[in-house]
Design a protein around this ligand. Structure first.
Ligand code: G3I
Length: 501
């Protein structure tokens, strides 16, 4: 887990009700919950308390006070797109709008999401450019703002419409080549603009020692299914991309432009879909949220405010869902004004809160609820991995036998690719509850851990020890918790040994 994510989680934990010791006379009474904390009155404050950011898409001519008051993250709606800032050779031009937005964000303690580097639309002078030119642009844009940009949308909207699960057939994806004809672009001999763009972006970030995280962003990827229960093939395709390129991709953006298109509705498996991406070890963000309030048959839910609640709750229920961004402030200033999809009415700096605003604020104030069951159980992805993560002849993951009265066991599941892996470790309590745990395992020579989430870690190679963090040490009898780590090299034959305390 990244340190800033850890800090946000820590902040969220501090906000949780805690057992309070009250001294009444000489008796000690344990009160199970603290009095309800005062509700926050802005979106950004309520979100911060819950451990996530709440952002907005903005333009330089609309930087009214509300931007810094209500929101803690800013995405340039149009001012960082290639048609604004790229020259045909991958240089930069006309960056003043983007600079204004970054400066405004910084002076209001807001994170910035850079939007966007590689996109078939609004490509401007880059339209038709080679990968080499795209790489030049990627380097120039990332270096211009450096770590002032917390998240960059490196690749935007790479997947085709209509739930086909295919890549787009427009530039820059026309550069892709499936060398061995196996139907994907993931193999070493293939050409993939997504992979090559992320590799370039990662190089730039690492060379500059930047904290910027690299994201892939798309729409109609929000649920596991689309209308009628059909699998969401676009979401599955995105999942496959993230899994295959996990070593370069830090975060996933679900645009979440919800409307009554069959592929754009809010489904009950939104949370489960967020969770499966989170389980890959990436941060998940809702990046361009707006919800149609002009529905012909109201088939995406029971009204806009309730729909907003559902989306915010789905994010809050997944710890790695670390931010929500609405695509504008008010309906009249939205790219889809007729849908009245945002949280405010009014315009030009004078805004009125809608019912949807109050619903979002209320939901944020309830905070995260990690014990809430998902609305549907997590579903195994329908798209098979192109490189099987585990050899079918490999025996099942080793398990340490649980102590019959206390103790714990641990199993590891691996998602591997050439040169790297993500391990998910499940810690299961025995027949008695445990209040803490540690897991020790030995990595093969050449393998090392680069990133850990939901656990403290000692060591990076050889024998590595993981222990619970403050919020996942207590596990009821027979229940489990999970942590994960990412690494380089090959991690086979891991034998985790679990010790409970
Ligand atoms: O600024 C010019 C103005 O001078 C001119 O008079 C006017 C005439 O049409 O156009 C103005 O530019 C428009 C620009 O928005 C600023 O308002 C463009 O025509 C218009 O095409 C552009 O639309 C943007 C759209 O992306 C373009 O694809 C929207 O504002 C913006 O909200 C939207 O954002 C995208 C995300 O980047 C990616 N995900 C989907 C999302 C919605 O389409």
């Amino acid at each position: 887990m990244t340190s800033d994510l850890r800090q946000r989680k820590k902040a969220a934990r501090i906000a949780l009700p805690t057992a309070v010791l009250l001294l009444i006379g000489s008796a000690v009474v344990v009160q199970s919950s603290a009095p309800a904390a005062a509700a926050e009155t802005t979106l950004r404050a309520a979100a911060a308390k819950a451990g996530l950011f709440f952002g907005v898409a903005a333009s330089p001519n609309r930087l009214y006070p509300i931007v810094g008051q209500e929101f803690s993250q800013l995405t340039p709606e149009n001012d960082m797109k290639p048609d604004r800032i790229a020259t045909s050779s991958g240089g930069l031009q006309n960056t003043s709008g983007a600079d204004t937005l970054v400066n405004h964000a910084q002076s209001n303690n807001m994170l910035v999401r850079g939007h966007t580097l590689v996109w078939h639309s609004q490509a401007g002078a880059l339209q038709g450019a080679s990968q080499a030119t795209l790489n030049t642009f990627i380097g120039n844009a990332i270096n211009r703002w450096g770590s002032r940009i917390a998240y960059w949308d490196v690749v935007n909207e790479a997947l085709e419409d209509n739930n086909t699960g295919r890549r787009r057939n427009q530039w820059p994806h026309t550069m892709n080549r499936d060398a061995n004809g196996d139907g994907d672009f993931f193999d070493a001999g293939d050409t993939d603009v997504i992979r090559d763009s992320f590799i370039r972006a990662k190089q730039v970030v690492q060379a500059g020692g930047l904290t910027t995280k690299l994201c892939i962003n798309d729409y109609d990827v929000d649920g596991l299914t689309v209308q009628g229960g059909t699998p969401n093939r676009k979401a599955d395709a995105l999942y496959d991309i993230v899994r295959n390129y996990r070593q370069y991709i830090d975060c996933v953006g679900f645009q979440a432009h919800f409307n009554d298109n069959p592929n754009s509705i809010i489904t009950n498996d939104l949370q489960a879909n967020i969770q499966r991406f989170a389980d890959l070890g990436v941060e998940v963000h809702i990046t361009e949220l707006d919800i149609d309030d002009d529905l012909s048959n109201n088939d995406i839910g029971t009204g806009q405010a309730e729909n907003y609640r559902k989306v915010v709750r789905a994010c809050l229920n997944v710890a790695q869902c670390t931010g929500i961004t609405v695509w504008g402030i008010s309906d009249s200033e939205s790219w889809r004004s007729s849908e009245r999809g945002l949280l405010f009415t009014g315009g030009n700096g004078s805004y009125q809160k809608k019912a949807a605003y109050h619903a979002v604020l209320d939901e944020l104030n309830k905070g995260r609820n990690p014990t809430a069951p998902p609305t549907t159980p997590p579903v195994t992805p329908t798209v098979p991995p192109t490189t099987p993560p585990v050899d079918p002849t490999t025996p099942p993951p080793p398990t340490t036998p649980p102590n019959p009265t206390t103790g714990c066991s641990a199993t590891v599941s691996l998602d591997s690719w050439t040169g790297g892996f993500v391990a998910t470790v499940r810690v299961t309590a025995g027949s008695a509850p445990i209040s803490g745990w540690s897991v020790q395992l030995t990595l093969p020579s050449g393998a090392s851990v680069t990133n850990t989430w939901n656990a403290n870690r000692t060591g990076t190679s050889g024998t590595v020890r993981f222990s619970n963090v403050s919020y996942n040490g207590s596990v009821n009898a027979g229940q489990y918790t999970e942590f994960g780590f990412q690494g380089v090299g090959t991690a086979t034959g891991l034998t985790p040994v679990c010790t409970a305390s």
